[in-house]
Design a protein around this ligand. Structure first.
Ligand SMILES: *Cc1c(COP(=O)(O)O)cnc(C)c1O
Length: 363
């Protein structure tokens, strides 16, 4: 199978071999060495000097951790949403009783930094801004550098869902002033699902010290205290640590800039190939993502039928979109362990399926 979903992503051989290792004592020296190597390497990829915490959970757990650790009941918070995952961030904050103000942009578009600036100017009571770096449901990458300039210029805390961008698309955490950046092991890191990783700036620690939402499993202070000894407060997903260590070694051996360039090159190849097939790309071309490309199902096609035929006849696994876009939009994930050959295979399979036409799909 050519798995081209935007997470989980395929595993390179060294990662798969690492997963076969036996269990170790998570309170022993081998685990401490493992956790400390991961922490050191994560800081390189996050491009931060500050803390990076690791929790056993999917990415949504990381988003929830950020909300619990930074906000108080009834606190006003601005969510800048450009799609399904922005809405999820807002839903989590809402579930915890924050006073959520959503600034939403149409699907396929990026957030306009000027409108974010205006929203912040009109709401001095908002101390924290939640934003998605790369909206996986539409294949749009926000201009996070510009958004960060606005948010930090207004003296607010910036929390970034970078789950499908970090390690693939440039995101210098400290240089841009991002306070909390969240990612997850099954996206760009070439590891299975199971770990979420978050950076925490000094300003975020200060907010954490004041925040009054209930927290326990994901408590940042507890995690940092145990991390000092190379441990986690609760039993970690040990096998995913093995995998993440290998994924990080591969990223750093290739070189961060080279990894970014590979994603850019492959995304351009994907978009050009889709256009050559006569397909319409969904994202605003100025903000097209380097990790996931969304295109519209052509006239006469239901996106779900297209996805089914690619899987059944060609072993190519794409996915539709979520929410209102379901059936209309098809997405290709090209992040993590991805090279030109896999994308060419997707394009060839698409060409064959489209040539056969939607009538044959119903037969
Ligand atoms: C995948 C993803 C998530 C959710 O991650 P889970 O691991 O499925 O919980 C959140 N935000 C973005 C942008 C994502 O791509």
């Amino acid at each position: 199978m050519n798995l081209r979903t935007p997470g989980p992503t395929p595993l390179p051989d060294p990662v798969r071999q690492a997963l076969a290792q036996d269990m170790i004592n998570h309170r022993g020296p081998e685990f401490a060495a493992l956790a400390q190597e991961i922490e050191r390497d994560l800081k390189r990829v996050f491009q931060t000097e500050h803390d990076v915490l690791v929790f056993s959970a999917s990415g949504t757990g990381g988003l929830e951790a950020a909300v619990q650790n930074l906000l108080s009941p009834g606190e006003p918070v601005l969510v800048v949403s450009i799609g399904y995952f922005g809405e999820r961030f807002a839903a989590i904050a809402g579930a915890y009783g924050a006073d959520v103000r959503t600034l939403a942009f149409p699907p396929g578009q990026a957030a306009d930094p000027d409108r974010v600036a205006a929203a912040l100017a009109a709401a001095p009571e908002v101390r924290t801004v939640l934003v998605t770096h790369n909206e996986t449901s539409t294949g749009v990458t926000n201009d996070l550098e510009a958004l960060a300039r606005v948010v930090k210029g207004a003296g607010r805390l910036l929390v970034v869902d970078a789950i499908s961008s970090l390690g693939c698309i440039p995101l210098p955490t400290d240089a841009w002033g991002c306070d909390v950046v969240i990612t997850a092991s099954q996206k760009g890191w070439m590891a299975p699902p199971g770990l979420t990783m978050l950076s925490v700036s000094p300003a975020a620690w200060a907010a954490h010290a004041q925040a009054r939402l209930p927290r326990f499993y994901f408590d940042f202070s507890t995690a940092r205290k145990w991390a000092e000894r190379g441990q986690t407060p609760w039993t970690p997903a040990v096998s995913i640590y093995y995998a993440l260590r290998e994924g990080l070694r591969l990223i750093l051996a290739e070189g961060l800039e080279q990894v970014f360039a590979r994603h850019r090159r492959i995304a351009e190849l994907t978009r050009a190939g889709l256009r050559d097939l006569g397909l319409e790309l969904f994202a605003d071309p100025r903000h097209a993502s380097d990790t996931v490309t969304a295109f519209l199902a052509p006239a006469g096609w239901d996106g779900r039928a297209l996805v089914r035929r690619l899987r059944e006849q060609h072993g190519v696994v794409l996915t539709g979109s979520q929410g209102a876009l379901e059936g209309r939009v098809v997405r290709i994930g090209h992040l993590g362990w991805v090279h030109e050959a896999e994308v060419r295979e997707v394009l060839d399979a698409l060409a064959a399926v489209l040539a056969a036409g939607p009538v044959a799909a119903r037969a």
